[in-house]
Design a protein around this ligand. Structure first.
Ligand SMILES: [Zn+2]
Ligand SMILES: [Zn+2]
Length: 388
């Protein structure tokens, strides 16, 4: 064990420079051509079997003979954000930024592969390294699974992690069951009747109707859902109207619906539609509504978590395994893998307690780079625990 961690110390500099290199050249979902090429070449250089999947996904396989197959996943995409940090390694691509730490996830998984290759004589089984595109949308996990990444060899267990600047470096956070919310898309079109603003009775003002729809929708969460259930309905976009003296004939409203209970989730499209129908009918307006189920709830395997607990707490780089009582209401498409195979998604503490950090998706987002080595250590402990 000591040898492994000594070698990891030697790799820390490379780990940080890999992260900074990826940080400078961020790419959006399904356009990660340069990033995936770098990953492909790096894994090839390690002597792994490497495949490309869904254009920009990269799968590496370390085959150490008979035994189970453990998959480790990193997401590799960035966000359409103009970076506002003043690091010398800030984004060189205008309007694109690694503002969610996926640069770190990618570097962690590359160095994990390098380290496991070095100590492959200790392993009995296979390790599949999944570098997944488009986690920030439209979602890379599902197409990768459909393309067969969990087969040949069949993956028995899967692990993933996310950098969390809100958790202290050295601490690994984990939710024992629900870890991230389901995220669904809601689009509503309110159809009114245009006219002169001075003769409002002759038209049907879609803006007034939209106002009522928006306000009423919030009563689903506050009045119709059990307060112990977690539901968020946020309408992030509204568009309508032409001019101050024209009655708007239509308004478009788009939003997101977050839930952690699959049964409550199933009831929401109907509740929302009933409410929109009732409000628009009462105002002589009409509507159309699209409800699309997006990323599912991320459900960690409680049994597997118990199984790996000792491997984590005995890791010298990890100060503490912290059980988080509440799931994140954010969404994470790692959830799709967990619908197929047991696995656990960890929160990699990456914040110094003495510092304030801008959160993920902020133009000034950053994290404590000392966490990168701990991320590698976590993955290595998990694999050794399973394949030793
Ligand atoms: Zn994100
Ligand atoms: Zn993320």
């Amino acid at each position: 064990m000591k040898k492994i961690f000594d070698y990891l110390d030697c790799l820390e500099e490379e780990l940080i420079s890999l992260r900074r290199d990826i940080h400078q050249y961020p790419e959006l979902g399904f356009t990660e051509y340069k990033t995936s090429k770098k990953i492909f070449n790096y894994l090839k250089g390690l002597g792994l079997e490497v495949d490309m999947v869904c254009d920009t996904g990269v799968i590496g396989l370390l085959d150490c003979g008979e035994g189970p197959t453990i998959a480790l996943r990193a997401d590799i995409d960035a966000l359409p954000i103009v970076e506002e940090t003043d690091f010398e390694y800030k984004s060189k691509i205008e309007g694109v930024m690694h503002a969610c730490g996926h640069d770190g996830h990618t570097a962690i998984l590359l160095i994990t592969a390098k380290l496991l290759v070095k100590f492959k004589n200790l392993l009995k089984g296979k390790v599949k390294f999944i570098f997944q595109p488009a986690e920030e949308g439209p979602g890379g996990a599902k197409p990768l699974i459909d393309a067969g990444v969990l087969e040949q060899p069949r993956v028995d267990k899967i692990f993933g992690l996310h950098i969390e600047e809100g958790i202290e470096t050295g601490v690994i956070g984990v939710q024992p069951k629900e870890a991230s919310a389901a995220a669904d898309e809601l689009d509503i079109l309110i159809k009114g009747k245009g006219g002169h603003a001075s003769a409002s009775h002759q038209g049907v003002d879609a803006i007034v109707v939209a106002g009522q729809v928006i306000t009423s929708l919030q009563t689903i969460v506050s009045r119709q859902i059990n307060p112990h259930s977690r539901v968020v309905i946020s309408l992030g976009k509204i568009k309508g109207g032409y001019k101050r003296n024209v009655i708007a004939d239509k308004v478009e409203i788009s939003g997101t619906v977050r839930t952690t209970n699959p049964e409550v989730r199933r009831t929401l499209p109907k509740r929302i539609e009933e409410l929109v129908r009732g409000v628009t009918l009462s105002q002589r307006a009409d509507y159309s509504l699209d409800y699309n189920f997006g990323y599912p709830v991320l459900l960690n395997s409680t049994t597997l978590l118990k199984e790996v607990e000792d491997d984590i707490v005995s890791n010298p780089l990890i100060n503490r395994l912290k059980y988080l009582s509440l799931p994140s209401m954010g969404a994470e498409d790692f959830a799709y893998y967990l619908k197929k195979v047991p696995g656990v998604f960890f929160r990699l503490g990456a914040g110094e307690s003495s510092r304030d950090y801008y959160p993920g998706h902020h133009p000034k987002f950053t994290f404590d780079e000392r966490a990168l080595k701990i991320g590698v250590g976590l993955f290595v402990s998990l694999v050794l625990g399973q394949l030793d």
